[in-house]
Design a binder for this molecule. Sequence first.
Ligand code: SF4
Length: 444
Amino acid sequence: MIRTPGQPTFYLRQLGCPKNVVDGENMAEILRQRGYVEVDDPKQADTLIVNTCGFIKAAEEESLQALRTLGTDKRKSQKLIAAGCLAQRWGDRLGAAVPGVDGLLGAMRWSEIDRLLDAVRSGIRPTWIGPEEIALAPPRVARGPSAYLKIADGCDHTCAFCAIPLIKGKHRSKPIEMIVREARQLVARGVREIVLVSQDSSGYGKDFGLRDGLATMLDRLVEEVPDVPWIRVMYVYPGTITDRLVETFARHPRIVKYVDMPLQHADRDALARMRRPRQDPLDVIRRFREAMPDIAMRSTFIVGFPGETEEEFGRLLAFFGEAQLDRVGVFQYSPEDGTLAAKMDQQVSTRVKERRYRRAMETLQAISIERNAQQIGRTLDVLVEGVVENPSETGFAVVGRTYRDAPEIDGMVFVRQHSEPGTIVPVRITEAMAYDLVGEVAAA
Ligand code: SF4
C-alpha cells in the first residue's frame, strides 16, 4: 500500500471465528474510507487493533497474549485498541489485565471504530461496549474471490456452555434489502462466492416475524443477485431446519450444497444438559441427504461437557461412524464465565477431556480420509483462489476449493494446471489426503 506522509496508519490483528473476522474487516474498511492506511508491521502503525475472541479459554489466552505483546512493545505515541468479543465481555477488566490498552470497543460496537479512534486521539480512554448500536452495516468485505456477508447477529438460544448471547445479545437480522444491496456491491467487486454468516442463520428473520425467513431471503438473493455463482450458508441450528429450507437449498443450483450445522453432541441426555434440541441428529442429516445426495455436511462437537459419561461419549463415537459427516470440528469443553454449564457439578477432568478429544479425532480422521477418497475420479467445479509459489517444486500451479470446502475452514484442492484466480474450472480429482485433494483440470 502506498502512503503519503502524514496519513494515519493502523495494524489489525484478527482472532477468532469467521463472524468476528467479518467485523474486523468491516472495521478496516471503515478506517480505509476515513483515509487510514493498513500496514502489516505493527512498528509502522500509529494505531494497533486486536480484534479479540472470547469464545473459549484458549481463544481468551491468545487474545490476551496478542494484546500483552503489542502493549509491551508499543511506542509512547502508538495507541492500542482491544476490540471484539473479549473486549465486549470483560470490559474494563480487560483494560486492567493488559497495561497499555488505550481503548475498548465491544463486538456490538465495531461500526464505531473511527469515532473511537477520534476519542482516543483526543485523550479520552473510551470503553464502548454497550449494546445500543446494532452493528450490522456495511459489508464491502472481500477476501480473494470469496466474501463473508453477515446476515444477522446475536443469538436467542440458551445453550448451557455458550457465552455468545451474553457477548452479542439478542438475535437481530439484517433486512433482506440490505443483504441484496451488499451482495450486489460484493459482486461488483469481483466476488464469486458469498458466504452468509451469523450465529443462527436458520433463525434469520424471526425478529421480523418471518416464518422460514432464511428460505425467503435465499429465494430473493438468488433472484436479485444473478451474477454470483456460489452462495454458501454457514451455521444453521438443528432445531429449526424446516422442509422448506431443505427444499430451497436443493432447488437453487447456485446455493452451494454444503451445510454447517453445529450439533455439539449426539447423546440425548448430554444434549438435554447442554440445553440443545433433543431431536435425533441423524434424522436432520438424513433429510438433507435425501434431498441432496451429494451435500457436504460439516458439524462441530464438544467433548468433556459436565457429566459426560463414558457411555455418552461412546454413543458420540458411534454416531460419528453412522453419520459419516464430511467435515467435523471437535472442541474440549471449557467453562465460560456467566454460563450455566460453568456452575454445573461433575466437571470432567482435563486428562479425560484430552483423552476423549484424541479418540474423537482419531475416529474422525479415518472417516475424513475415507470420505475424501470417495472423491477420486469425480470431476468437481473448483473456485481458483490463488497460485502456488513454487510450481516446479510442488507440481501444482494453483489452489482452490470445491463446494465441499468453506473458505479458511475446510480443505483445499491443489491443481496441476494453471487457471486464473477467481475462475471456476472443472477439475478431475486424482488423489486424496486427509483433508485436501489433488486434481487436474478436466478437458472441456
Ligand atoms: S445456538 Fe447455542 S452455541 Fe450457537 S451461538 Fe446460540 S447459544 Fe451459542
